[in-house]
Write a protein that binds this ligand. Structure first.
Ligand SMILES: [Fe+2]
Ligand SMILES: [Fe+2]
Length: 434
């Protein structure tokens, strides 16, 4: 409770007592004054509980916000999370209702931001809107009221005001602050909306704070972006290698893509952390990479394999593992596990090592079911896809035999999403093959 409010309430009580003494002969007057005082007190109490305005941070609070957030940001590996943390830090520092951090994607000439965990990023053409203007000129933008501003009227009408109409929000004050990397190049901008203090407009001090917030996190953004770039390159290479492995065998088009997506959904369905699920998604396309070393006479043989040929075929797991095992890269290490274990079975009857139950890495157990499902659920040049019910029956039978029971359960829980992936990434087979 602020001292200003305590004083107000005290004054109100004093007034009631005074009135009681001076007007005690007039009951109506006292009642009416009591009522007014009571409603005043109720209003004050409501203000105390739900204050309309907040206060700017004290320097102590400001320091705490900066320390808290910069520590968290420095430990973040994903760009989405860095953007969200930066936005939250900025919002607290300048006491705004909303705050977002926009970055420039040079390759696509777009601006992008992430507003919440798990929500797809928002993208806009580079030169659009207030943010586009600020990053182009390098100058901050202050708007006291979006509805009366004349300088950016057109941009506001098609931007903030149009969004307000759809959402019922009321944008008033806005501030956009471009920020730079260590080389002085503008890499993005902060956008803050609605100042929540009594002033209701952003000030030069707020500009300083957001610039400070950006300079603290600029380095993290750059290193995370670089990390993303590296991982994206790795992902592309790994995916292409996976496709090479599959293209040598009888698998078709989108098989590795679908296995990656199924594995991801199953990992999340099992409650694994997002980061692990992403890792598996990147690594699982490599499960059959060892097939590059299997001779065509075996790999492409139309009929049944002899025992000897089958042994050669089974070696693709060991070959894949040996190709990948020496890498120190997280993704390739994971890919080595998946390549080695995707034909192991929960009951110990799989290959190459006859591992059982939890001796098989969870990534191997997940990829196993993703791979089998895809092999059965997709049309191949040499066979039609199985009906879904037939596959589900098989999985029920194989629960605790071929497959980890928990992964089968997750599969059934995630079935709508699994089917959606199957339908999204269908293969285009040549007509005569169908
Ligand atoms: Fe395989
Ligand atoms: Fe496969």
């Amino acid at each position: 409770m602020t001292s200003r409010n305590i004083q107000k309430i005290f004054a109100a009580f004093k007034k009631i007592i005074e009135l009681h003494h001076t007007l005690c002969y007039n009951k109506v007057a006292i009642d009416s004054l009591m009522e007014r005082c009571l409603s005043f007190l109720m209003h004050e109490a409501h203000e105390l509980e739900f204050p309309r305005f907040k206060r700017d941070l004290t320097s102590e609070q400001m320091l705490r916000v900066i320390f808290d957030y910069t520590a968290k940001i420095a430990n973040e590996r994903t760009l989405d999370n860095v953007l969200i943390l930066m936005a939250n830090m900025g919002r607290e520092m300048v006491v705004a209702d909303r705050c977002s951090v926009w970055l420039i994607d040079e390759r696509s000439q777009e601006l992008f931001t992430t507003v919440a965990h798990g929500v797809k990023e928002i993208r806009l053409p580079l030169r659009s809107g207030l943010v586009g203007h600020a990053v182009e000129t390098g100058e901050p933008i202050f708007i006291d009221d979006a509805y009366t501003d004349t300088v950016y009227r057109d941009v506001l009408l098609s931007g903030a005001i149009a969004v307000d109409k759809r959402t019922g929000y009321r944008t008033k004050a806005m501030m956009v602050v471009p920020f730079r990397n260590n080389d002085g190049v503008i890499i993005g901008a902060y956008q803050a909306i609605n100042k929540m203090t009594e002033a209701e407009v952003f000030s030069g001090k707020d500009l300083e704070y957001l610039t400070l917030a950006a300079s603290y996190s600029g380095k993290s953004i750059e290193s995370v972006m670089l990390q993303n770039e590296i991982e994206e390159t790795q992902r592309e290479i790994i995916f292409t290698m996976g496709e090479i492995g599959e293209s040598r065998s009888k698998e078709t088009g989108n098989h590795v893509k679908r296995v990656a997506e199924y594995s991801y959904v199953l990992a999340l369905g099992l409650g694994m952390p997002q980061e692990d699920a992403e890792l598996l998604k990147m690594a699982s396309p490599m499960h059959d990479i060892g097939k590059v070393a299997i001779p065509d006479s075996v790999l492409k043989k139309p009929g049944k394999l002899t025992d000897e040929e089958y042994d050669i075929m089974k070696a693709h797991t060991v070959i894949g593992y040996n190709l990948l095992k020496n890498s120190n890269r997280r993704i390739l290490k994971t890919a080595a596990v998946v390549a080695s274990q995707h034909h192991e079975k929960w009951n110990g009857k799989g290959y190459p090592n006859g591992l059982r139950e939890e001796e098989i890495h969870i990534f191997g157990r997940i990829t196993a079911i993703a791979d089998v499902f895809d092999a059965l659920a997709s049309d191949r040049v040499y066979k039609k896809a199985w009906e879904l019910d037939r596959i589900l029956n098989l999985f029920k039978e194989e629960r605790g035999q071929h497959f980890d029971p928990r992964v089968v359960d997750a599969f059934f829980e995630q079935l709508p999403e699994i089917v959606r992936i199957r339908d999204t990434y269908q293969d285009q087979l040549p007509e005569e093959a169908m």
